[in-house]
Design a protein around this ligand. Sequence first.
Ligand code: HEM
Length: 279
Amino acid sequence: MSNAPYDPATEGARMNFKGRMSYGDYLMLDRLLDAQAPLSSAHDELLFIIQHQTSELWMKLAIHEIKAAMAAIAKDDVQPAFKMLARVSRIFEQLNGAWDVLRTMTPSEYTLFRDKLGESSGFQSFQYRSIEFLLGNRNLAMLRPHAHHPELTAELEAILAKPSLYDEALKLLARRGFFIGADGQRTDWRGTRSESPEVAAAWTSVYRDPQRHWELYELAEKLVDFEDYFRRWRFNHVTTVERIIGFKTGTGGTSGVNYLRKMLEIVLFPELWKLRTGL
Ligand code: HEM
């Protein structure tokens, strides 16, 4: 064995990128890695920025997958939608794991730069609100933090003008012959729908005979799987927040932990959880 430094060019590795697209060019790493600008000299501020930025990148991919899954369900092309929804669950699993990195920051370390954030908060995350609206949690009050950005408001309004992911699943139930009550007549998608006994009965029939309704059954389980990961994200967030700021008010102006605990009660796909009691 030789200890001489190995030159990968000997097996064909390209080493000269003058006039050619390199890894950094393709990924625009100059832009990506130039976007971290701590406002203090605190060591942990870089962690805080990167944790939020990477979360936003994963959210960007989640939105891409959720929108494509919705389009596939609307065309009765449900198998590809299953794959996309499975990916969205894995994205949230990834985001859930990421809290372990942020939890290494203590309250003492966070207070060294918290005042630099001003009134900025994840509460104003446009992509997070897009995900909630896409899923069907359509609290119109959450449009207001984006009112100063007409193009972002227009994007949120475009999501609200169309059925949510859950609405698409209910429309599929109807196309497959199930009675879904008032949900079958809806034309206005703005706002959160009310829970319905007809939809609960339809999903119950699916779960009573999975073999006969396998695709609907698989879709329902993919949705529950995703909501399970999403709940864990909310829970990890509120626990991390309590660990770092206790019961201080948030930089976004809410009561902080108490507000986030209220958000834990939100159920995205209510009938899919309820039916389990009656089976
Ligand atoms: C030191 C870490 C963190 C603290 C202390 C913290 C604190 C808070 C607080 C107090 C709120 C409530 C709104 C407010 O009044 O500000 C909030 C909301 C939120 N935060 Fe965080 N957060 C942290 C990390 C993160 C990270 C890494 C993300 C990832 C993007 C994130 C995303 C969000 C989102 C999306 C909301 C809105 C939740 C909703 O309205 O249901 N947070 N955060």
